[in-house]
Design a protein around this ligand. Sequence first.
Ligand code: SF4
Length: 425
Amino acid sequence: MTFSPLNNLLISVEKQGPGTIKKDTFPLRYGKYSEIKTSEYEFRFNLNGEIKFVRGLNVNWPHPAEQLKRTDGNDWVYYSVGDKSGEHGIISWLGEYYLPCLPYPSNSIWEVNYLSNPNIMNAFAAWSQLYANLYGMRKDGLHSKAKDLISLILNNDDRVLYKRSQQLSAIIGGRLSVLPPDTRHVDYEIIPLMIADGCLYHCSFCCVQTEQPFKARSRSEILAQIRQLKVFYGRNIENYNAIFLGNHDALAAGDDLIYMAVSEAGSAFGFGGPCTKMSRLYLFGSVDSLLKSKNKLFEKLSGLPFHTCINIGFESIDSKTLAFLRKPVSASKVREAFKKMCKINAAYANIEITGNFLIGKTLSPEHYQSLVELLEDASAPSDGKGAIYLSPIKDSPGKRELLPQFFEIKNQSKRPTFIYLIQRL
Ligand code: SF4
């Protein structure tokens, strides 16, 4: 329902974007949302009335397809189309048409500091102005639906939005420091559910780990988390279709806990019903947890109404590099786990295992040579499953210069190969 301009605002109470996220060169649109347009900006809100996207419509806005997105962790991320469009642009190395430019340090190969661009930063002033205008607006003649939307938006000022992000962290037991690269397929819109903490290795290069040793959470704690998450997401839960089982090695939590958590969360969140689209499940695994996982786990996962994506941190297949990274696994174990990844991808249509390797100036020629040999020899998947992500080491100098090296590896790889951009929630 859209109302004719009032106080120079065009208000659409509810719009329906595509149900599934399409890879597209024009601003991402998906799910149900509300929209308010001024002559200079377009503001989109989720079903709880929380600001989600802002896009400039004025001539100073860098590109009509670019926009700011607010995450559930209350970060504003700027979606840039880069300097080349089409198949030779960002999509050739990220797998998406957009580069999410983050307001915090990460491992990006191409850093765009949108915070120093006044043409983008003006959008925040415009958002504050819109909020003030809505607050002071005479609402007498307004349709009740437009009034309801405005009061929902006014209930979610910046202070409330910040508190909500803190509340989410409190429910899951801490801020989520990294999402699997495959969550790009759902524009990083996942519901996080922590089933374990810590990880098995505590590698020296890692910038996202926690100090804790690996420990699975109890069933009762997971069930309580699901109940709280359902309340937290409220009506907007219908815009989600993906769960991230955390944290850094949920695969090590074992088949019973994984299966229980996904089944319970799926039914509580309304995922996987007969009339709903295919839901997605994301989790991280390690070389050891993948090698230990029994067929029973993959049989159980394949029976769920989810497309499951497990992302494994291989990092290197060169012994000296693994030692340098203080990753306590041998090169032969990495090779074995890589083979298992290929086998599972071929055996189950709705399970996909993807893998990460590191790139960076500090890594040796042997690391690159062994990686290229592995990817050259790996048979090409007929269904495009089993992507390989190359993750720049966070403190590597000259990250942009890694791009030609990335393409060299990608061109020799038989598997779909992309850059991994580390993003938090
Ligand atoms: S790379 Fe993975 S296993 Fe290694 S410390 Fe980081 S989270 Fe833990």
